[in-house]
Design a binder for this molecule. Structure first.
Ligand SMILES: Cc1ncc(COP(=O)(O)O)c(C=O)c1O
Length: 380
């Protein structure tokens, strides 16, 4: 008798936190066509697809230039280097973001100076920036976290007054709009990631820099490719951080569907807003208003009962995630910054209370309703 032993048994979630299957099934033919085209062409690095995607991505944002790179971290790193930021410099960063934002600053040789985020929008609080300015601060790195746009007009005017550069981290906000202008088009250099789960995601790693400036464009274009100026001539001590042709071809297909998939996220968000209004101590994320049109990369709620609620949802088959459970300033990697517990109270409180609910475009209204109703039941 043959006995099959399963290594482990996992209860399948009724509602997974995230899935790409729905989107990929709906555009399968276009993806396959793009894929076989690249194989037929037989050129895989820095060729036609990369060039066309760069044009199309810049066009989508109405920026003059786009340089694709290997990932979002490198897009941030190269943006900072392109602006001449390095050793001895400091960069304003939000206290609550993904690790890569701070890491890019450190990897550029500079020091991150955290400024607390607004506890509702999770974006840099412009009113607090001026308290952290000094002669060493050279740039403001603003992150449109969870798909919500920062107040870029105020941030840009603070930067202008104080002679600072602005870098946007738009990894989580493809397609978001602030005051009729897309995020990713406000700063001196704007970095993004095409990690597969992003609103515009590749089938692997990828990233890009958007800029209106020729000097930064020229630097980024050579730096991503070992600093290559022309064949066998190197202008800088660059790195290898290139988006490949296959990923560019896939991204060209997905860019055409970005507005539609963002609309699906917004529709899901509207159901949450309606059904989670005045439920227990739930704090909802900001909704759309006449200035800011977020794209709900994540739908993040806050509650003092976060862990209990998360367990309750898990038992009902609803997967949730915490973005991000440990504040960056308390990460062992940044111990050298000597930012003690209690030094950034807003970020610390946020990490304890946030919970990301499923919001991906393929979720059906009934599924969102089920999540919302299960949350209501928790508070009964
Ligand atoms: C806000 C933010 N910045 C930077 C990154 C880094 O992107 P990547 O993982 O492509 O390096 C990510 C995503 O992972 C992110 O969410």
């Amino acid at each position: 008798m043959v006995v099959y032993v399963l290594p482990y048994f996992r209860v399948m979630s009724t509602i997974p936190f995230f899935s790409l299957q729905h989107l990929h099934r709906s555009i399968q033919r276009e993806l396959s066509h793009a894929f076989s085209n690249v194989i037929k062409q037989g050129r895989f690095i820095l060729d036609r697809e990369v060039e066309l995607f760069e044009k199309e991505f810049a066009g989508y944002h109405r920026t003059k230039y786009c340089v694709t790179v290997g990932n979002g971290h490198d897009a941030l790193l190269i943006s900072l280097k392109a602006l001449g930021i390095g050793k001895g410099d400091e960069v304003i960063v939000p206290s609550h973001t993904f690790m890569a934002t701070w890491l890019a600053v450190v990897n550029a040789g500079a020091v991150p100076v955290p400024v607390e985020v607004d506890p509702i929008t999770y974006t840099l609080n412009p009113d607090l920036i001026r308290h952290h300015l000094s002669r060493k601060v050279k740039a403001i790195l603003s992150v449109h976290l969870y798909g919500h746009p920062c107040e870029m007009d105020t941030i840009n005017s603070i930067a202008k007054k104080n002679n600072l550069f602005v870098v946007e981290d738009n990894a989580q906000a493809h397609g978001a709009v602030f005051k009729n202008k897309r995020t990713g088009s406000w700063g001196d250099c704007n970095a993004t990631s095409f990690y597969p789960t992003k609103n515009l995601g590749a089938l692997g790693d990828g990233g890009a820099i958007l800029t209106h400036h020729k000097t930064q464009f020229d630097f980024a274009k050579t730096f991503r490719n070992y600093g290559t100026l022309t064949k066998n001539v190197y202008a800088s001590e660059g790195i290898n951080s290139r988006l490949d042709e296959l990923q560019a071809a896939i991204l060209r297909v997905k860019l055409k569907h970005l507005d539609k998939t963002n609309e699906a996220r917004k529709k899901n968000a509207r159901i949450y807003f309606e059904l989670l209004k005045d439920v227990g101590d739930v704090v909802l994320p900001p909704s759309e208003n006449k200035f800011a049109q977020p794209v709900y990369h994540q739908f993040v709620i806050q509650t003092a009962y976060r862990d209990k609620l998360r367990n309750f949802l898990e038992k009902k088959g609803i997967e949730t995630v915490i973005h991000y459970p440990m504040p960056i300033h308390l990460q062992p990697a940044f111990a050298h910054l000597r930012l003690k517990k209690g030094s950034l109270p807003a970020a610390e409180k946020i990490s304890k209370q946030i919970l990301s609910l499923p919001i991906w475009p393929g979720l059906k209204p009934g599924e969102i309703e089920f999540v919302a109703k299960t949350i209501r039941t928790f508070y009964l």
